[in-house]
Design a protein around this ligand. Structure first.
Ligand code: 13P
Ligand code: SF4
Length: 324
C-alpha cells in the first residue's frame, strides 16, 4: 500500500507525539505551551495558556521539571516561582522584542528621575527588570493591578506603550509610560481591522491590548466607528474565555496567529479570521517539535536565574498573583 504524503506526515507527527509524552513521563516533566506555539506543540502539551495562566500552573506543579514552550522571559518567570525545580526551554534563544526594550540599568535610571514612584512592569521583561519593580502585570490583569494602587500614586508603567495607553483609558489613571513595543502587535494597524471587518461585517472583534491599534480601537468604539457591543480588548486567555460564551459564529482576531489554532480547536463550529495574517512571532516559532524532543532527550537548556535576582523578582510576581 502506498501512503499519501499527508498520511505519512500524520504518522510521523503521531510517532513524535508518543515519544514526547513517553519521555515527559520518564523525566517527570510537565510540558506547558503558550497560546502562540505551533499546533503540534500545543497539542502535545499538558497545559496551553496565556502568560498569567502558565505562571499559575508553574507555581502549583509538583513535577520535578517544567519544559516551557514559550519565550525566555516566560520560562524565567516559571523558574523564579519554582526555584527548587528544573525549568528547561527547548531553545534559549527564544527572546521577545518587547522584553528587550527595557534593561535593568534603564529602569534604575528612570526610577532615579521619579523617586517614590510605584513601578508596574509587564511580565514581558527580564528577571533583572522584575527585580527592580514593585508589581508585575500581564495583559489579563494590568488594569486590575493599576486600579488597586492608591489614587495619588505616581506610577511608572512599562515597557509596552500600547498596553500602557489602554490601561490609562480603562482606569482613568495618568502614568509615566515607557515607549517600548512588541514588533508583532505594533504591526497590527487600525486599517487592518477596518479592512477585515468590512469583509466580515457580522464578526465579533477581539483585540490584544499590545496591538498598535488597541488604544485607537477603544477610541473608535467610543466614536461609533467600531461596534462597541462586538469589540473586546482581551489577553490571549480572555479570547478563549469570551469565545466560549459568545453567540457570534465569526471572530476577527487581532493578535499573533498561533492563537487561531487554540481558538479553532476549542470552538470548531466558529470561523476565526486573523486581522493581519502576517502577525507571526518568530521568537515563539523558534520552539520547534524537533527542539522539544531534543530537550526532553538531553535535558539541556536549563533556565538559570541568580538566586539574589530571583528573590527580588519574585516579590512583584507574587503581588500580581495575589491581586488576580
Ligand atoms: P498574553 O499574556 O496575553 O498571553 O500575551 C503574552 C505575549 O507575549 C503577548 O505577545
Ligand atoms: Fe514578545 Fe511580541 Fe513575541 Fe509576545 S508576540 S513574545 S510580546 S515579541
Amino acid at each position: 500500500m502506498v501512503l499519501s504524503s499527508q498520511a505519512r506526515a500524520a504518522g510521523i507527527e503521531e510517532e513524535w507525539a508518543r515519544t514526547v509524552r513517553r519521555l515527559a513521563d520518564e523525566r517527570d516533566a510537565l510540558i506547558v505551551a503558550h497560546n502562540y506555539q505551533v499546533p503540534a506543540i500545543q497539542d502535545v502539551a499538558d497545559h496551553v495558556g496565556d502568560s498569567l495562566e502558565l505562571s499559575r500552573i508553574a507555581a502549583e506543579t509538583d513535577r520535578s521539571t517544567i519544559v516551557f514552550c514559550g519565550v525566555h522571559f516566560m520560562a524565567e518567570t516559571a523558574k523564579i516561582l519554582n526555584p527548587q525545580r528544573r525549568v528547561l526551554i527547548p531553545d534559549p534563544g527564544a527572546g521577545c522584542s518587547l522584553a528587550a526594550s527595557i534593561t535593568a540599568d534603564q529602569l534604575r535610571a528612570w526610577k532615579a528621575e521619579h523617586p517614590g514612584a510605584i513601578v508596574v512592569m509587564y511580565v514581558n521583561t527580564d528577571a533583572a527588570v522584575k527585580a527592580e519593580s514593585d508589581y508585575c502585570v500581564t495583559s489579563a490583569n494590568a488594569a486590575k493591578v493599576v486600579g488597586s494602587l492608591p489614587e495619588d500614586a505616581e506610577i511608572l508603567f512599562g515597557p509596552d506603550m500600547f498596553l500602557g495607553a489602554y490601561v490609562e483609558r480603562v482606569t482613568g489613571r495618568r502614568m509615566h509610560v515607557w515607549m517600548g513595543e512588541c514588533h508583532v502587535h505594533a504591526g497590527i494597524r487600525p486599517s487592518d481591522i477596518q479592512a477585515t471587518l468590512t469583509a466580515h461585517p457580522d464578526a465579533e472583534l477581539h483585540v490584544h491590548p499590545e496591538c498598535g491599534c488597541s488604544s485607537q480601537c477603544m477610541y473608535m468604539m467610543a466614536t461609533g466607528d467600531l461596534p462597541a457591543d462586538r469589540t473586546f480588548v482581551l489577553g490571549t486567555g480572555g479570547m478563549v474565555r469570551r469565545a466560549r460564551v459568545s453567540a457570534a459564529r465569526e471572530f476577527v482576531v487581532a493578535t499573533e496567529t498561533g492563537m487561531l489554532h487554540r481558538l479553532r480547536k476549542e470552538n470548531p463550529q466558529a470561523t476565526y479570521v486573523p486581522a493581519n495574517p502576517d502577525a507571526v512571532c518568530g521568537y515563539m516559532k523558534m520552539i520547534t517539535p524537533a527542539k522539544l524532543l531534543e530537550c526532553l532527550r538531553t535535558m539541556r537548556h536549563e533556565v538559570v536565574v541568580p538566586p539574589e535576582v530571583a528573590e527580588r523578582a519574585r516579590v512583584p510576581i507574587e503581588r500580581m498573583l495575589a491581586i488576580g
